[in-house]
Design a protein around this ligand. Structure first.
Ligand code: HEM
Length: 410
C-alpha cells in the first residue's frame, strides 16, 4: 500500500505526529478519492477524502451505519461492541433519534445564547490567571480550561472536580499518546473511574435534583423506560469527552493559525466584527476531529467506487475541508472567508455535532476577549502534537505577550 503509492499510512498514529499528511490527502482527492487502505490491526478500509462524498456518506445512515461496528476507527470484540452500541454516537435511527432528543434541549441556539455571559466571565477569569506573567502554556492554562469549565457546569460536575474529567478524557482520547498513557489498560481504567464518579454524582442528584444534564438524564425515559446505569455512564462519557477535547483543540489551532498569519490576526484585532467568520475559518482550517467511521449495510457505491456489504468506510473531515473543488484557495487562511460551508462538525445527517452551537459560542467569546486583552499574543516555542489519527490535537503551545493587569484591576 503505502510503499507502492507513496501515500502516508493513515492508519498509523505516528504519521500524524510531525503534522497532518496533507500531501497524501491532496493526492488521494485527485488520484483515488475512495481509496482502499490496508491496515495492520484491522480489515482495511475505504478512505473517503472528497467533500461531496463525505457529505453523501454522512447523510445516508441507512447504507452507512454507525451501529454495526461503531463510528470509531478501531476494531472492538463483540462484547465491547455490545457496550459501545449503547452510546448515542454509535446508534442508527430510529433508536438514535430517541436518545438524541433526551439531550437536544441543552444545546439549542437559545440555550447556548443564555450561556454567553457566563462563558465571557469564565474566559476573563482564565485570562486574569495568566495575563501578568507574559507567557503561558496556551493549551494547559487557557484553551483546555474554557470547554472543561463549561461542560462541567452543564453536566453538574462541581468545578473543583473538573480536572478529574480533564485527566480521564486525556487518557481516553490520548490513549495512543505516550504523554497521556503508557499502558492501554489505563484507558479502560479511565472510563471505569469516570463511570464510578458519575454514579456517585447521580446518587446525589436523585436525592437533591438540580438544573443540570445529570439530573435530566436520570429522569429521562426511552420508550417508557429509564436509562440503565451503563447507558447513563456512556452518555456522561460521550458528553464529557466530546465537549472537551474538540473545542480545546479548535481554540489551540486558532491560536497557532493566527500567530502564523499575523496579517489575518491584525485584521481581526482591527475589526472584531470578523469574529464569526474567523471562527468558521479556524474550524475549517483545523478540523479538530479528523475522521469518523461507518460500515456499509449493503452493496453500494461512493462516487464511482463499488462498496461491498460490511466494508469499513472512513471519511476524513480534514481532507474535505481542503477540497479545492469546494473551497477557493483552500490552503489560504482567511478570517473573512465566505462562503465557508466546512464540515468540521460533520457533513449533515443525524449525527451532526450536538455541541456545534456551544463550541462556536465558546470560540467566538474566547477569541474576542483574548485579542482585546492580549492583542500581541503569539506562539513563542515548539508546538507539541498529539499522537493520533483521530483527533487533530495539540498538547502544548508556549505563548508570550505583553503582561497586563487582570480585568478587575484594569
Ligand atoms: C470544535 C469543536 C467540535 C468539533 C470539531 C466536533 C465535531 C463533531 C463531529 C465531526 C461529530 C459527528 C460524529 C459522526 O459523524 O459520527 C460530532 C458529534 C458529536 N458531538 Fe461534537 N464537536 C465539537 C464540539 C462538541 C461539543 C462542545 C459537544 C458538547 C457536548 C459535542 C458533542 C457531540 C456529541 C454528543 C456528538 C454525537 C452526536 C450524535 O451521535 O448524534 N461536540 N462532533
Amino acid at each position: 500500500m503505502a510503499a507502492d503509492t507513496g501515500y502516508a499510512d493513515l492508519s498509523n498514529p505516528d504519521t500524524f505526529v510531525p503534522g497532518v499528511p496533507f500531501e497524501t490527502f491532496d493526492r488521494l482527492r485527485k488520484e483515488d478519492p475512495v481509496y482502499w487502505h490496508e491496515e495492520v490491526d484491522g480489515p482495511g478500509f475505504w478512505c473517503v477524502t472528497r467533500y461531496d462524498d463525505l457529505v453523501a456518506v454522512n447523510r445516508d445512515n441507512q447504507l452507512f451505519s454507525s451501529n454495526r461496528r461503531t463510528a470509531l476507527f478501531m476494531e472492538s470484540d463483540e462484547e465491547m461492541l455490545a457496550q459501545q452500541r449503547l452510546m448515542m454516537l454509535n446508534m442508527d435511527p430510529p433508536m438514535h433519534t430517541r436518545y438524541r432528543l433526551l439531550v437536544n434541549k441543552g444545546f439549542t441556539p437559545r440555550r447556548v445564547a443564555e450561556l454567553q455571559e457566563d462563558i465571557r466571565r469564565r474566559t476573563n477569569e482564565i485570562l486574569d490567571a495568566v495575563c501578568e506573567k507574559g507567557e503561558a502554556d496556551f493549551v494547559v492554562e487557557m484553551s483546555a480550561e474554557l470547554p472543561l469549565q463549561v461542560i462541567a457546569d452543564m453536566l453538574g460536575v462541581p468545578q473543583e472536580d473538573r480536572h478529574l474529567v480533564f485527566d480521564w478524557s486525556n487518557r481516553m482520547v490520548g490513549s495512543q499518546d505516550p504523554e497521556y498513557l503508557t499502558d492501554p489498560e489505563l484507558a479502560q481504567n479511565a472510563s471505569m473511574e469516570l463511570y464510578s464518579y458519575f454514579n456517585q454524582l447521580s446518587a446525589q442528584r436523585k436525592i437533591d435534583p438540580k438544573e443540570d444534564l445529570v439530573t435530566a438524564l436520570l429522569n429521562a425515559e426511552v420508550d417508557g423506560e429509564k436509562l440503565s446505569e451503563l447507558e447513563l455512564d456512556l452518555f456522561f462519557l460521550l458528553l464529557s469527552v466530546a465537549g472537551n477535547e474538540t473545542t480545546r483543540n479548535a481554540i489551540s489551532h486558532g491560536m497557532v493559525a493566527l500567530s502564523e498569519h499575523p496579517d489575518q490576526k491584525q485584521r481581526l484585532v482591527d475589526d472584531p466584527s470578523l469574529i464569526n467568520s474567523a471562527v468558521e475559518e479556524i474550524l475549517r482550517w483545523s478540523s479538530p476531529v479528523m475522521h469518523f467511521r461507518r460500515q456499509a449495510t449493503g452493496p453500494t457505491q461512493i462516487g464511482d467506487q463499488k462498496i461491498e456489504e460490511d466494508d469499513k468506510v472512513v471519511f476524513w473531515h480534514i481532507s474535505a475541508n481542503r477540497d479545492e473543488t469546494h473551497f477557493d484557495d483552500p490552503y489560504s487562511f482567511d478570517v473573512s472567508r465566505s462562503p465557508n460551508e466546512h464540515v468540521a462538525f460533520g457533513g449533515g445527517g443525524p449525527h451532526f455535532c450536538l455541541g456545534a452551537n456551544l463550541a462556536r459560542m465558546e470560540m467566538q467569546v474566547f477569541f474576542a476577549e483574548l485579542l482585546k486583552r492580549l492583542p500581541d499574543i503569539e506562539v513563542s516555542g515548539q508546538v507539541d502534537r498529539l499522537r493520533s489519527n483521530f483527533i487533530n490535537g495539540l498538547k502544548h503551545i508556549p505563548v508570550s505577550f505583553t503582561p497586563t493587569k487582570p480585568a478587575a484591576a484594569a
